[in-house]
Design a protein around this ligand. Structure first.
Ligand code: GH3
Length: 300
């Protein structure tokens, strides 16, 4: 949230109601509200596309859209913005439905006062930010900022479900650093962390943006490749990327002395109809184990 100003988008097809809301917000002694008005969801979509706001106040019943349909249609636009339903209808069921769907609050217009509206807006923005932060933490690996195992499971399962319909390609590559314990022992835990972070950055910057990368354990990473053209191509792609990943690394403590600290073993499993992520990971793990033993890359 912008600390000085709160950007509010009021979506209401009644200009008189908008006038009243705007007047209520103007009465705030402590907060400055920058208010934009739209009479339709189409206008709201265009405004949000141009620049984000801190909160949307949404009337239910815009044009052909009735009741809860209005909120569903707004949410389907996919903007990450907290929403308060501010409506002329006082209906407990509608209120509960709105909250369940994802609205932060439900306020009947005839009950809204300046103080109540401002308080509702303030808490809605704070709550939304807090939930976003918690969701981020729940899905992110703290050291590298990559997706964690939980996020990987969710995102890849969605991809696999879509594959069952589209018939496209997907492979799971499991990467495990070689002799990483030795890195920690020889160079210290801080150097070990630098190796993990460097590998994460390399994975992020050298892989296709449509691929997924996650850190699922201490020195274990997963790379999910999608939409490649054939199995031969897959091996080529992986071998080319590995050469980027395993470049020497400059440690903070030894800026003039690059060290070959990033060596990985890798196992790959290709998706076939009926296979889920767990099965793919287990196949990739077996291939990786073989690769560890021979210090080559293995594909099953
Ligand atoms: P191998 O080549 O057989 O895979 O052996 P390895 O030493 O790479 O793997 P091993 O599983 O024996 O050791 C992994 C080590 O990674 C042990 C653990 O202390 C260390 N580790 C796990 N998470 C972190 C981390 O976040 N930072 C650092 N610095 N070390 C970590």
């Amino acid at each position: 949230m912008n600390t000085g100003q709160i950007r509010v988008l009021v979506v209401d097809d009644d200009p008189d109601d908008f006038y009243l809301v705007n007047e209520m917000l103007k009465q705030s002694q402590r907060k400055a509200f920058v208010v934009t008005h739209c009479e339709s969801l189409e206008c709201a979509g265009q405004v949000l596309q141009r620049s984000p706001v801190d909160i949307v106040l949404l009337d239910l019943g815009l044009g052909p859209l009735q009741g809860i349909q209005t909120l569903e249609s707004f949410l389907s636009l996919g903007f990450c913005t907290p929403v308060i339903v501010l409506t002329g209808v006082h209906d407990e069921v509608l209120g509960e439905q709105s909250i369940k769907l994802g609205a932060e609050d439900y306020l009947p217009k005839n009950e809204a006062s300046s103080a109540l509206l401002i308080r509702a807006i303030t808490y809605a923005i704070e709550r939304y930010a807090l939930v976003e932060q918690l969701e981020k933490r729940a899905n992110e690996d703290a050291l590298t900022g990559l997706a964690n195992r939980h996020a990987l499971m969710g995102q890849t399962t969605t991809l696999i479900n879509n594959l069952e319909r589209s018939g496209s390609t997907l492979a799971v590559a499991l990467l495990d650093l070689d002799d990483f314990k030795g890195v920690n022992d020889r160079w210290g835990h801080n150097a070990g962390d630098q190796v993990i972070v460097a590998l994460a950055h390399r994975l992020q910057s050298h892989l296709r943006s449509s691929d997924l990368v996650a850190r699922i354990g201490g020195d274990e990473f997963v790379w999910v490749l999608t939409n490649y053209s054939s199995a031969d191509n897959l091996v080529d792609v992986i071998e080319k990327k590995l050469s980027y990943l395993m470049q020497p690394l400059v440690l903070e403590e030894y800026p003039d002395d690059p060290k070959q600290l990033i060596k990985v073993s890798l196992g790959v499993a290709e998706w076939k109809p009926g296979l889920g992520l767990k099965e793919l990971l287990s196949r990739a793990d077996k291939a990786m184990y073989q690769s560890k033993k021979s210090r080559n890359q293995g594909v099953v």
